[in-house]
Design a protein around this ligand. Sequence first.
Ligand code: ATP
Ligand code: MG
Ligand code: MG
Ligand code: MG
Length: 473
Amino acid sequence: MKSAEIRQKFLQFFESKGHTIVPSSSLVPGNDPTLLFTNSGMVQFKDVFTGKETRPYKRATSSQRCLRAGGKHNDLENVGYTARHHTFFEMLGNFSFGDYFKHEAIKNAWELLTQTYQLPAEKLWVTVYQEDDEAYDIWNKEVGVPAERIIRIGDNKGARYASDNFWQMADTGPCGPCSEIFYDHGPDVWGGPPGSPDEDGDRYIEIWNLVFMQFDRDAAGVMHPLPHPCVDTGMGLERVSAVLQHAHSNYEIDLFQHLIKAAARETGVTDLAHNSLKVIADHIRACSFMIVDGVIPGNEGRGYVLRRIIRRALRHGYQLGQAKPFFHKLVADLVKEMGEAYPELVQHQDRVTQVLKQEEERFQETLEKGMKILDAELDSTAKGGALSGETAFTLYDTFGFPFDLTADICRERGYEVDEAGYEEAMNRQREMARASGKFKMAQGLSYSGEQTRFEGYERLQTNAKVLAVYVDG
Ligand code: ATP
Ligand code: MG
Ligand code: MG
Ligand code: MG
């Protein structure tokens, strides 16, 4: 089953159960200034869950474009390292706004997976929140999942990817237990069941999260039962596609294979299993959709996230031997894969291509020079040692290497980076700018100063330049 068909079947299934199909919203949340990017299907319905907004339906289903590359959910550092994490992905979801609750949510999920998608029941494992006997009993007694494959999980804050089966929107407000569905990819893949010490592996892969919004937590931390509990679910399209296409890794699914081939074509690589191709395929999706949704590369906030992802993709291209702009040429391939499901991508194709091309040209020269410096520096550093903070700062300041880009290259090659030394070098530079008077000029501008450490200086420079022009002119 192709991923386009899997998406379609999901939406039709829930439509047949009385859900209204709602189009994906933008990656830039319209209703929440505190959130950098839309990171799940429920984001566009936030106010519906809290009752601030009402809609003409009580059941909805969607395929939501999501980005987890900054803020609360950040999977950027997982891309290229796990089989299941992307920066950009699609989340299939069904939602109940005070309508059905646990019974229907669980039974529908099971029906879709085992009947519509025909997945073998014995490969599916489920987790429930440790105190949620209600969900446990539905899975066990009503659906018939044997006790050996139902795992109770608490507010686990331990391992890196540790399951955490209690969901909350914020410190106060709607919250409640979750129940997650995992697929067992078999003993050939390393990893243990959810909740076990080896759960970081890729054998048992989480495919679907069912959230039961059941309480309203007040400022004192007391949980009051909601009069009309809600349901919010999310299933990664790429993950369920991998399962249905008998692939272990998300990157083996049809959509990714086409993008990987396109990346190989543009970089002249013959080894299709090369990790850098996966990263490029991931990043072209993220970057294109960010631009579709109005983000442009810049030195702060969302624009800086975009710039960082583009530059990461370009250095992977460089690593494959492609030092010329190539990334923007993948937009056409992406449109072929996803244009039908996302007409806005087709509509903005030319603009997306142009923006990427410009950013590539901008970075091309300094990328090559910076890489040479970095290579030489790492060659003279003992394996397992750390790149000096001074070099990381020079790469940032003179060659436009965001800190995370340098850190990622080092990680890949088995080195650390002296982050404290980098900060120090950054502060020294700032002091010098201040002493030379530029800082004061820039500060006089209406700029909040609330920048993250990587953004502050570049922005300061820009402001100083703008002001200088203004004063001179
Ligand atoms: P994981 O534990 O694997 O990191 P998660 O618990 O962070 O996933 P949720 O927040 O529960 O994920 O999101 C719901 C679903 O979205 C997941 O069950 C998964 O199928 C999918 N998903 C989450 N993060 C990603 C990602 N980075 N790339 C692709 N799919 C994802
Ligand atoms: Mg996660
Ligand atoms: Mg998880
Ligand atoms: Mg989860």
